[in-house]
Design a protein around this ligand. Structure first.
Ligand SMILES: Cc1cc2nc3c(=O)[nH]c(=O)nc-3n(C[C@H](O)[C@H](O)[C@H](O)COP(=O)(O)OP(=O)(O)OC[C@H]3O[C@@H](n4cnc5c(N)ncnc54)[C@H](O)[C@@H]3O)c2cc1C
Length: 385
């Protein structure tokens, strides 16, 4: 079989993780390949809620809180570079964000969770304000009368995630990188100091590879000697029609997009690869959203969809270079919108250098104790972004 390459780096997966890494490696130009599956793929990158979210992150792994803060801080640079290089405005806004608690009990649990989070040794502190209903209503005009309160973090924000994906792809392609859709990688074999990838679209040869195939990493990573036990976690989203701007801040479960539509999304369910919306979950999400903003009663639903989060047993990312196949990396995470800037400006240069710095060690797979695996079904309270 003839082959294409050798590339200096082949990134496997053109979702948000792979595209952000490719953005960070775009100076390689034609020596960079970005390989993607076809339209059959599960792509969280095209189904997500678009939050850049810091508050509440890092319980159990304080380094994750620091990683998230770093990415949120680098997001303006990312948005500016994407705009400058492609003309695509990804609609970044970081006005802070709110997590609304419907009942006093929810608020109490939220505060206890945040206290425990901040009490962790090594936790890089950030400000989170606890707001009683009256204070919250000042920030959220139209707030429902029976909402107990919420928490506000000035680091939170949101963007248009579809424009983000498009812009990341566009920068890499403009820089000369080779993008190949319909190139699902099926087999990885070492060759010399590099790798041969057998794909559905032909053979690709590369010196280094980055497995950023989302849920596909579960099957691919063992080929380079790493177990990446990612599983799907379903989230459903409702989109309402455009309404006059009423929401200046994103909530963890409701946000008004740059285009004026309103998105509601606070479900998480363990349903395997089932990606169908269900009436019960959509109804429960709508009911909660109406309690938060009764004014939404008048807005029409235009569509609803579901997507599969890429979830590790402890919900934190995996970044690792293979010990048995040096030059082969795994990068997989939930919160790929939030972490896009960290992937572009910290992970990609580490891949280029061929060494993951010590700061990546907490994200190695050795940490997994599967007895800690989180499962659960729920709507509301604590969506994991
Ligand atoms: C409902 C929902 C809401 C979310 N909300 C947020 C949010 O508000 N904020 C946030 O930060 N994150 C959010 N996320 C998470 C975010 O979307 C993901 O973390 C991110 O998309 C993961 O990126 P990825 O590239 O790892 O995976 P994906 O985006 O799923 O992309 C994987 C890519 O790999 C390709 N692929 C798979 N197998 C192969 C193979 N064998 N060969 C080649 N290519 C392959 C696929 O074609 C696909 O393009 C949400 C996710 C969901 C589902």
């Amino acid at each position: 079989m003839s082959s294409v390459g050798p590339f200096e780096v082949a990134v496997v997966g053109g979702g948000l993780v792979g595209a952000a890494v490719a953005f960070g490696l775009r100076s390689l130009g034609p020596k960079l390949a970005l390989l993607d599956e076809g339209d059959v793929a599960h792509r969280a990158a095209r189904a997500n809620f678009g939050l850049i979210w810091v508050q509440g992150k890092g319980a159990g792994l304080p380094q994750y809180a620091a990683w998230t803060q770093r990415s949120a801080a680098e997001w303006p640079r990312l948005a500016n570079e994407l705009l400058r290089e492609t003309g695509i405005d990804v609609a970044l806004a970081q006005p802070g964000g709110v997590h609304v608690c419907l009942s006093a009990a929810e608020l109490e649990r939220r505060v206890a969770m945040l206290d425990a989070l901040r009490a962790q040794p090594g936790f890089e502190r950030y400000s989170v304000e606890v707001l009683e209903r009256a204070q919250l209503a000042l920030r959220l005009p139209g707030l429902g009368s029976d909402i107990a309160g919420g928490t506000y973090c000035p680091l939170d924000g949101h963007c248009n995630p579809l424009k983000l994906l498009r812009a990341l792809h566009s920068t890499a392609i403009r820089a000369g990188a080779v993008y190949r859709a319909d190139h699902a990688v099926m087999k990885i074999a070492p060759r010399g100091t590099g790798f041969v990838l057998d794909t559905s679209g032909g053979r690709i040869v590369a010196d280094k590879i980055v497995l950023a195939a989302g849920l596909g990493n579960a099957a691919l990573a063992p080929m380079i000697g790493i177990e990446a036990p990612v599983r799907p976690n379903q989230g459903q989203i409702i989109a309402l029609e455009r309404v006059p701007r009423f929401l200046a801040l994103p909530l963890s479960t409701i946000r008004q997009t740059d285009e004026g539509t309103v998105l509601i999304g606070d479900s998480r369910e363990e349903r395997g690869f089932d990606d169908l919306c269900t009436t019960e979950v959509i109804a429960a999400m709508a009911a909660r959203a109406l309690r938060v903003f009764p004014v939404l009663q008048r807005a029409r639903v235009v569509r609803a969809w579901s997507g599969l989060r890429v979830m590790t047993p402890d919900t934190f990312p995996i970044y690792e270079q293979s010990a048995t196949h040096p030059g082969a990396f795994v990068a997989t995470c939930h919160s790929g919108v939030t972490l896009a800037a960290a992937h572009a400006y910290a992970l990609a240069p580490a891949v280029a250098a061929g060494v993951l710095p010590e700061s990546f060690r907490p994200f190695a797979v050795a940490r997994f104790d599967t007895s800690n695996a989180q499962t659960g079904i729920g709507v509301g309270e604590a969506p994991r972004r």
